[in-house]
Design a protein around this ligand. Structure first.
Ligand SMILES: [Fe+2]
Length: 392
């Protein structure tokens, strides 16, 4: 299977974490990882939900066994408000922490990246929104996802909410890359079915967007296509039986591979459209991406027919004898089937959204046009309106 269609007439880049530990029980190596980095006092960043599962205990024990002090910051909030990052950074500084450990979903990992930077830089984290605007390297960090979705453990960026402006902003710098990312499927076994499906579809959205992005490279193409294959193979198995370690590992790996892919290859219209569904209509990020994904795939298809055919094959569709256009269509059919099986509606009307919301949806999406740049098909305001109308 040919994974790459790279045209070397432009210069793109690829970034990745320093080290990735993976496999059942990998989280218990954290003491050794922290010791190898040379740390003495770790701040474990998490939320109270994770703490209540007891998941943090073996992590703490492993650190203590290597004579590393552990403090806990469990005040992570959804959507990563700048306020929480600054509070965590002050706590890390006041307590002389020299290592940050994230244990949780994408929000926790994003918060940890922000705390790492703000423990060593002055001002507000919002001052650093944009690309490569952070002057000083942050504290070392070990990132441990407990969901298989955001892929943030593998990227050099994080999202942060500006509560005053009601805006989500992105901070992107190689200083955000993990010193160590740990992929332990045992930490994802208790994720409920619906969250498993939504977060898995968010990972699929990352892989699909990175694969057809204008910023794609042969590195990101291979990773994205493998992520798509793994989601096709194991999303429904993990949804059907959460304790299936192999399926959980596939999904965790898929999310990280997709993170590696979009962390360099970029995202596109799916994440531009999902934004307004999150901020104005209260859908969680993963659900918003799941809902809009098939609609954007339908629109984008003609901009990346060959790659859509590759995605169809990766998702297990039989495309022999089909034209490129017919094969490409099968990728959308396959994604639609995943949504159907997981009982996730892709109709906006099922989320209380109607014709009267169209102007707000369009205006909100047009504030995210930076994500249109890598998208494989150009979009005008009229196109945005038409896609939302078709999705109603
Ligand atoms: Fe996403």
């Amino acid at each position: 299977m040919q994974a790459s269609f790279y045209f070397p007439g432009r210069v793109n880049s690829f970034f990745s974490p320093t080290k990735i530990m993976l496999g059942a029980g990998a989280a218990k190596t954290i003491g050794a990882q922290a010791k190898a980095i040379g740390c003495k006092r770790a701040l474990l960043v998490t939320d109270q939900g994770v703490v209540s599962t007891g998941m943090a205990e073996p992590i703490k024990e492993s650190l203590v066994s290597e004579h590393i002090d552990v403090l806990v910051f469990d005040r992570v909030e959804l959507e990563t408000p700048a306020r929480v990052i600054e509070e965590g950074a002050a706590y890390a500084r006041d307590n002389n922490c020299d290592l940050l450990i994230a244990l949780g979903g994408g929000t926790t990992i994003d918060t940890t990246k922000g705390i790492s930077l703000m423990a060593t830089n002055k001002g507000s984290v919002l001052d650093f929104a944009g690309v490569d605007r952070v002057p000083v390297k942050g504290l070392p960090k070990i990132l441990i996802p407990t969901t298989a979705g955001s892929g943030s453990e593998a990227t050099r960026a994080f999202g942060v909410t500006d509560e005053a402006e009601r805006m989500k902003k992105a901070v992107s710098t190689p200083y955000c890359l993990a010193d160590v990312a740990i992929l332990d499927p045992l930490l994802t076994l208790s994720l409920p079915p619906m969250l498993t499906a939504e977060t898995g579809l968010d990972a699929l959205g990352h892989a699909v967007e990175a694969y057809v992005s204008e910023l794609a490279t042969p590195f990101s193409d291979m990773l994205a296509l493998e992520a798509i294959r793994l989601v096709g193979k194991s999303l429904l198995a993990a949804y059907a039986k959460g304790e299936n370690i192999e399926a959980r590992f596939d999904m965790l790996l898929a999310a990280t591979l997709a993170g590696l892919a979009f962390g360099s290859g970029g995202l596109g219209a799916v994440h531009a459209f999902s934004f307004v569904l999150e901020t104005e209509h209260g859908l969680g990020h993963a659900r918003a991406v799941s809902v809009i994904l098939p609609h954007i795939m339908q629109y984008n298809k003609i901009g990346a027919l060959r790659k859509y055919s590759m995605m169809a094959m990766a998702l297990g569709e039989q495309v022999d004898g089909l034209s490129d256009s017919q094969a490409a269509e099968m990728a959308i059919v396959a994604v639609g089937r995943l949504l159907d099986e997981a009982a996730i509606s892709s109709r906006l009307s099922d989320y209380g959204i109607s014709q009267e919301h169209l102007p707000g949806l369009v205006a909100g999406t047009m504030r995210q046009t930076r994500l249109f740049v890598p998208n494989p098909r150009n979009l005008t305001e009229e196109d945005v309106r038409n896609i939302f109308m078709q999705a109603l």
